[in-house]
Design a binder for this molecule. Structure first.
Ligand code: 13P
Ligand code: SF4
Length: 329
């Protein structure tokens, strides 16, 4: 067993990470839900679709993925020749946990006339059992290309699936998973907050339950919400998604005010993603130094999962950076 370096606490971690990034020809990709100190040193920050595309296009030898495991696995599926490291291998996702591959396989077998349109927040095994992957910024564009008469299973996020069903008048069969972070917003507290800030719009991620979406002026992916903040007329925005995205809003729009939507205790701390929060500068430094923990995927499984991801990339083309499921009517 390798002992932890005793000098870790004394290191200039930012300088060390920078040195290692050059030495190993690594690119650091970060999701908007990462801690500000990680966002600040990333080469690229984005939503799930943008990060997938970046991973596929990068010419780096190493991808240091500051996000959660399904995102790092997506990078490895698309770029198998690269070393993909994840600072903490326990950075999972409640949606992935809610959809065990064997149960998903049985669900598919019970509905042989349905195709599986599957949210990217799932395991590689579930991707391999799916027909087309979607992210929150590509779901609308992709669903629009599937004929209305085609029966569809949508998993594992029942809130995103329900939102799409309502908005596009579809009746996709929904897998019963939820994101524990978006599930924790409180409608009562949100209404109180709106009363305190009359006129401030609410931007919500489609992983939110319908009682939160019903209060939203804009519904979209993380990049869509960020774009909405940049184009909205007012100077205050209530943000119903993981609050670390507010860091990019404050950097881009220093004169505006961004308020995280509250949880049941009136405090938005319960909406910090506990999985995303496992990544730290220390763990990123160690991962770059030792090139571990690495994502490994068996080749047959990778090729099977790549089909549904390739379908997504092809069908989603043109959506990068827009990230919009749309402004509500
Ligand atoms: P997007 O960044 O694609 O909107 O997804 C949010 C999310 O669930 C990350 O876990
Ligand atoms: Fe999963 Fe929700 Fe965390 Fe995203 S915010 S990684 S969906 S638990």
């Amino acid at each position: 067993m390798t002992a932890m370096p005793t000098t870790l606490a004394g290191l200039d971690l930012r300088a060390e990470i920078d040195r290692l990034r050059k030495e190993k020809n690594a690119v650091i990709l970060a999701h908007y839900y990462q801690k500000p100190e990680i966002q600040d040193l990333a080469d690229f920050i984005g939503d799930s679709l943008e990060l997938s595309r970046k991973a596929a296009a990068s010419d780096a030898d190493v991808i240091a993925f500051c996000g959660v495991k399904f995102m790092a696995e997506t990078a490895k599926i698309l770029s198998p020749q690269k070393i993909v490291i994840l600072p903490d291998m326990n950075a999972g996702c409640s949606l992935e946990d809610a959809c065990p591959p064997e149960k998903f396989r049985a669900f598919r077998a019970a509905h042989p006339d349905h195709i599986a349109l599957t949210y990217i927040n799932c395991s590689t095994e579930v991707k391999a059992l799916s027909d087309v992957i979607v992210t929150s910024s590509s779901a609308e564009t992709i669903l629009a290309q599937i004929p209305r008469e085609q029966k569809i299973i949508f998993g594992p996020d029942r809130h995103l699936g329900g939102y799409l069903n309502r908005k596009f008048d579809r009746d996709m069969l929904l897998w019963p998973g939820v994101c524990i972070v978006h599930e924790a917003f409180s409608e009562t507290e949100l209404v109180k907050l709106k009363l305190q800030h009359p006129g401030a719009p609410v931007a919500a991620h489609p992983e939110c339950p319908p009682h939160i979406i019903d209060h939203a002026d804009y519904v979209g992916s993380t990049s869509g919400i960020l774009n909405y903040a940049k184009t909205m007329a007012g100077d205050t925005l209530i943000v119903a998604t993981e609050p670390h995205i507010i860091h990019q809003m404050e950097l881009a729009l220093p004169g505006k005010t961004f308020i995280g939507a509250p949880g049941a205790d009136g405090n938005c701390n319960c909406n910090i993603c506990p999985y995303m929060a496992l990544n730290t500068l220390e763990k990123l430094y160690l991962a770059l130094r030792d090139l571990t923990p690495q994502i490994e995927i068996e080749e047959g499984l990778r090729l099977q999962a790549k089909k549904s991801l390739d379908n997504m990339l092809e069908m989603a083309s043109g959506t990068v950076g827009k990230g919009d499921l749309g402004v509500r009517d």
